[in-house]
Design a protein around this ligand. Structure first.
Ligand code: FMN
Length: 328
């Protein structure tokens, strides 16, 4: 059975990629990813602020807004030579210990001197860079949406000028026109879009009267948002798509591939089930393919968006059809 997948020019043995999280910052875990069958790993992200802070020895006022005071102090203190070199060393170590592709990751939202660090990442041996451009939600009322979006596209084109390895862009769902944004990112040079980042979801403990953010793992029910947009975007962009958020089992993998994803990315399920669960997902995927008589992933990738009626179901048209009888 042929599970081989070309992701941004990287030859992956299957479409199961472990997404960015602290789990990837331990080479024992990377070895476990590989032995359990994952085809690539994304490392935890560095923040552009951390890179600037360490390269230039400063954290500017605007950054302070994003980093609440304790976090800003933390970044200042630990960024004195303690982040960038270790991150590069870790990439080198990872490359020595596993043969699956290693994708470095940077959280960023605007260009600056930090983009030159992408070259260091390439030199350290990373196979690709993932730019998570979704974590900074606009927090001032004066920035126009188009300026905010342009800044993100500029980041992508600047990073692309620095490196020859592929660059993927991890986005969130909060754009007025996701298709236009996706096309803009593709034009800026994105080799792949990761759809979507999952935000920490704040909650309020009404007993302690405290804001909490305990809810940091996804559930399988969260698949539908990325499924919809993978289905839509796979018809609208030519770059690869990595489906992310809510992929907890082979069914999630199969659905995203049927919607046109190139690969799936996941990490919550590994926190919940353990790293060996990658093997279960892989074996279950093969079992499903066998049942359906598909001998390769290409046999069914995008199968559910291959005609207009199916595609419409990923859009809102279906909602209209279902509600055609307004009154019974
Ligand atoms: C503990 C934890 C840490 C994470 N850290 C990062 C990170 O550093 N960079 C990033 O791009 N995504 C990060 N993520 C997001 C995941 O890569 C992924 O996009 C998200 O969890 C949705 O996938 P899932 O449904 O499989 O969890 C993190 C997720 C978790 C649970």
């Amino acid at each position: 059975m042929d599970l081989k997948t070309d992701y941004m020019g990287l030859e992956l043995k299957n479409p199961l990629v472990v997404s960015s999280s602290p789990l990837s910052m331990n080479t024992d875990n990377l070895r476990a990813y590989e032995s359990h069958g994952a085809s690539a790993a994304v490392l935890r992200s560095l923040y552009e602020e951390q890179i600037v802070s360490e390269m230039e020895g400063k954290l500017d006022q605007e950054d302070m807004y994003f980093w609440y005071p304790e976090a800003a102090d933390h970044v200042r203190n630990i960024s004195k030579g303690q982040i960038l070199r270790p991150y590069l060393n870790y990439i080198e170590k990872a490359k020595n210990e596993v043969s699956i592709p290693i994708i470095a990751s940077i959280n960023c939202h605007r260009t600056g001197s930090w983009v030159s660090f992408a070259r260091e990442i390439e030199k350290a041996g990373a196979d690709a860079i993932e730019l998570n451009v979704s974590t900074h939600l606009p927090h001032d009322s004066t920035t126009e949406a188009r300026d905010f979006e342009k800044a993100i596209m500029d980041v992508v084109s600047e990073v692309k000028k620095q490196v020859s390895i592929p660059v993927s862009v991890k986005i969130g769902p909060y754009f007025t026109n996701i298709i236009a944004m996706a096309r803009g990112l593709e034009k800026a040079g994105a080799d792949s879009l990761v759809v979507f980042n999952r935000y920490y979801r704040p909650d309020i403990d009404i007993e302690q009267l405290e804001v909490t953010s305990e809810n940091y793992l996804s559930s399988p029910g969260e698949l539908s948002q990325s499924l919809r947009w993978v289905g839509v975007l796979s018809q609208q962009v030519k770059c690869d798509l990595a489906a992310n958020t809510g992929v907890h089992d082979y069914e999630g993998v199969v659905k995203q591939l049927l919607a046109g994803a190139t690969v799936t990315q996941f990490c919550s399920v590994l926190y919940i089930q353990g790293l060996a669960y990658i093997t279960t997902m892989l074996e279950d995927l093969k079992w499903w393919m066998k049942q359906k008589r598909f001998s390769s992933v290409e046999d069914f990738r995008g199968k559910m968006v291959d005609d207009r009626l199916n595609t419409a179901q990923f859009e809102q048209v279906h909602f209209v059809r279902k509600n055609v009888r307004m009154f019974d």
